[in-house]
Design a protein around this ligand. Structure first.
Ligand code: PNS
Length: 163
């Protein structure tokens, strides 16, 4: 069974992430969405439990997609799934520079681990979790940026954080 691992911070999951996950689920037998718990990024908007809950909600219609939390190195996590590959979405050349570096360090840790890239759908090339967080902070329209079923959760969180 071929497994694709779709890793990310998902703070929060966007329609761009979901598009990559669903496309991977059409190509691979199984997709494991790997939510990074460590996130060196400071002050995330959501707790890891909240992120996982949102991801689980939006991937629920896809029977071959599951969600897990990773507390350590991604390349070590991938060892749990023999022959698995990492799937990353590329929006622009700048994404490639970063992902190329990530692939090289991941291969130092786990030489058998391959990374495959899917180009972003043109509707989402501008989209990122940080754009969503900023839009939410200012009360902007989130429809078209994130899955409908999590808009309420994001708006509620933004409201509490605005005080
Ligand atoms: O959505 P993001 O923030 O681009 O996702 C980045 C992520 C979480 C996939 C990446 O930072 C990650 O896998 N972190 C886990 C730690 C790790 O393995 N780092 C690479 C070696 S330094």
């Amino acid at each position: 069974m071929r497994t694709a691992i779709c890793p990310g911070s998902f703070d929060p999951i966007t329609l761009g992430h979901l598009n990559i996950i669903v496309r991977a689920a059409q190509i691979f037998d199984r997709v494991v969405v790997c939510v990074a718990a460590n996130a060196t990024k400071t002050s995330p908007m959501f707790t890891v439990e909240e992120k996982v809950e949102m991801v689980r909600r939006v991937v629920a219609p896809y029977p071959n997609v599951t969600v897990e939390v990773n507390h350590g190195l991604l390349a070590e996590f991938a060892r749990k799934y023999e022959g698995s590959v990492l799937i990353k979405g590329l929006r622009a050349a700048s994404d490639f520079d970063y992902e190329f570096q990530m692939d090289l360090i991941n291969k130092r840790i786990n030489p058998e681990l391959e990374t495959m890239f899917l180009t972003a759908d043109q509707r989402y090339t501008f989209l990122s979790s940080s754009i969503v967080r900023e839009m939410a902070h200012y009360g902007g329209e989130l429809r078209g940026l994130v899955p409908e079923e999590i808009i309420g959760v994001i708006e509620a969180k933004a409201n509490t954080q605005r005080g």
